[in-house]
Design a protein around this ligand. Structure first.
Ligand SMILES: [Zn+2]
Length: 118
């Protein structure tokens, strides 16, 4: 790629808005992880691709079906973020504030990556 030249490669590019720059560091990580999930698994149109069934900010985020949760970019990226950053930092994201009680009912990931069940 020529330095400084913008190219569009459909299906192989991620575009972020100006809002990305003002996101907290952990939300930037979550955004990148979210977008990367769209690059794995079956292709669009197969019915089993990683899709956007609901974002964390959507009221229906916690009530997706099991299939939707397993194929939802937001859910998968959140799982990866929590495994890498720990539960406390992850749940502190503004997008998850409304779901704090939900996450309090599950085992936690410590900052060092251990799974804590009590
Ligand atoms: Zn998405």
């Amino acid at each position: 790629m020529e330095k400084g030249k913008t190219i569009k490669a459909p299906g192989q590019s991620v575009f972020v808005t100006n809002g990305f720059a003002s996101q907290a560091a952990i939300d930037k990580k979550w955004t990148v992880l979210h977008e990367m999930t769209h690059f794995v698994g079956p292709r669009d149109g197969t019915g089993i691709q990683i899709d956007d069934h609901a974002y964390a900010s959507d009221g229906k985020f916690l009530s997706l079906t099991k299939f939707q949760k397993l194929h939802n970019a937001e859910t998968i990226s959140l799982f990866m973020l929590e495994a890498c950053e720990g539960t406390t930092k992850t749940v502190a994201s503004n997008d998850l504030a409304a779901h704090k009680a939900h996450f309090d009912t599950f085992p936690k990931v410590s900052p060092s990556g251990d799974i804590v069940t009590s």
